[in-house]
Structures are given as C-alpha cells and as structure tokens.
Design a binder for this molecule. Structure first.
Ligand SMILES: [Zn+2]
Length: 259
C-alpha cells in the first residue's frame, strides 16, 4: 500500500478545482497510490480542503496554518479559527481522516517574526495533544528551533515533512520516534539517501508536496511509486515488505481507517 504523506490539493494560487483533483487522484490510483494527506496553508485552503475531504474518501484532511501566516501578535487569532474548523470537520464526520498540517517554523525570510511563529506552533501543538491528532511539521531554516520545541513538548505524534537535509537532526528525530517524509528531490539527489539511511524503515513515509516546484516542476502524487521503488532499491528491502510497513504506518496515523 502506498500513499502521499504530504501534498496540497487546495493550493496557494487556487489553481486546483474539484475536477482536477478528481483527475489527480484517478491517475495516482492507477499507480497504486491510495490515500492523499492534503495540507492546508491558510483560511481559504482550510475551507477548500474540508470540501475536498467531504467529496473524496481518499483525501485526508490536514488543518493548519503555514508558519509565515503568523507575522504579528494579532495573527494568533487564527488559532481560534483552526479550533473552530476542527470542530466543524468532526461534525461533518471527518474525525477519522483528520490531522494537523501544515504547521511549524519558517525563518527563511529576514523579516520572519520568530517569536510569534514559535508561540503559534506551541499553541497548535497543544491543540494536537488535546485532540490526539498527528501533526505535519514544516521546518525551513528552523530545524534546530523546531526540534527543540517538539522535544520540550514531548509529543510523539509527529510527521517531519521533507526532513532530509541534516543528518544530525534526522538521526535525532528518528530517535524521538517521529515519522520522516522523503519527497521528489530524493530522485535527483543521492546525498538524501546518505542522510536518511539509518532511519528505521518503519518511520519513513513518502510525499510529493504537490504542487510545489521541485527541480523545475510540480510532481503529481503518481510519482510516489518512483520514490518508493528507489527507496526499496537503496535500502535493499523487498517491495512487498515495504508495502506492509507503510500500511502499518498509515494505521498508526489513522487507526480508525481500514487501509
Ligand atoms: Zn507543503
């Protein structure tokens, strides 16, 4: 069993619509990818993802705000919106397919408000804990800070999104028991395997971050099959065995879904 552990079926530029999403799912299913963890970025994509999850049983609903949505103290009000939408999703019968994402820290821009982003992340982790939901974590230019917060918080239901650049921190989060996702960049960059090779295969997930641009193009979820195949080859693991492992990982994240 394969699934896309991180993508955006409701995207920033609002280019995707229900018809296109249907097509994307259909093409991916032909390659054996059955489930899609669709992350939100802001209020609009939260609402669109709820609509998509209601329409498609294959879509898993990630509710969250991208870290740069928190620029000043007033932006922390968005956390109330998140709580409200979690309640709404539950009422709509989506609890079993629910997770928190995409959230975290992003210090790429010089004017990033680190303090407000950190406050927001801590508050969102509290919600995750209360609701007993997995969180998908973004950590661009903030790996150390993210790992420190998560470690202090002692929350284990964590998926580190696109977390393939620092061997030191990869080994650290692997020890903490988190999942780590590998994206399409892995197909182009052999250093990535060197970084992730010691992570137990039970903690490895595959993602596309679609429609993000990776090495010049957006990779649709059907490419998960190539990422999966390359991983099995590099790790010297039998594909059937890896399918079974992925299925168990999926069940850990969504225990009420019969995968
Ligand atoms: Zn993303």
């Amino acid at each position: 069993m394969m699934f896309d552990a991180h993508l955006h079926l409701a995207d920033e530029s609002a280019l995707l619509d229900i018809r296109m999403v249907k097509e994307i799912i259909k093409e991916a299913e032909k390659e054996g990818i059955s489930y899609f963890l669709s992350n939100s970025l802001d209020k609009r994509t939260i609402d669109e993802n709820i609509a998509l999850a209601k329409e498609f049983p294959e879509v898993f609903l990630g509710l969250g705000f991208f870290p740069t949505e928190f620029k000043k103290d007033q932006d922390l009000h968005k956390i109330e919106y998140l709580k409200e939408k979690i309640r709404e999703a539950k009422k709509e019968g989506l609890s079993d397919r629910l997770f928190i994402g995409e959230v975290g820290l992003d210090f790429k821009e010089k004017d990033a408000n680190k303090e407000v982003q950190e406050k927001a992340l801590i508050n969102i982790l509290k919600i995750a804990k209360e609701e007993n939901l997995y969180v998908e974590i973004h950590s661009r230019f903030a790996v150390k800070q993210v790992v420190n917060i998560l470690e202090d918080f002692q929350y284990k239901k964590v998926i580190m999104h696109w977390f393939t650049d620092s061997k030191k921190y990869i080994d650290k989060v692997a020890k903490l028991g988190y999942f780590i996702t590998i994206g399409p960049k892995y197909l182009y960059d052999q250093n990535i395997f060197e970084n992730i090779k010691d992570v137990p295969k039970e903690q490895i997930l595959f993602e596309t971050d679609y429609p993000a641009n990776v090495s010049g193009k957006a990779h649709k979820p059907e490419i998960i099959k190539e990422i999966f195949n390359k991983y099995c080859k590099d790790k010297e693991i039998n594909k059937d065995e890896m399918h079974t492992i992925l299925k168990e990982s999926f069940r850990k994240i969504f225990p009420n879904i019969k995968a």
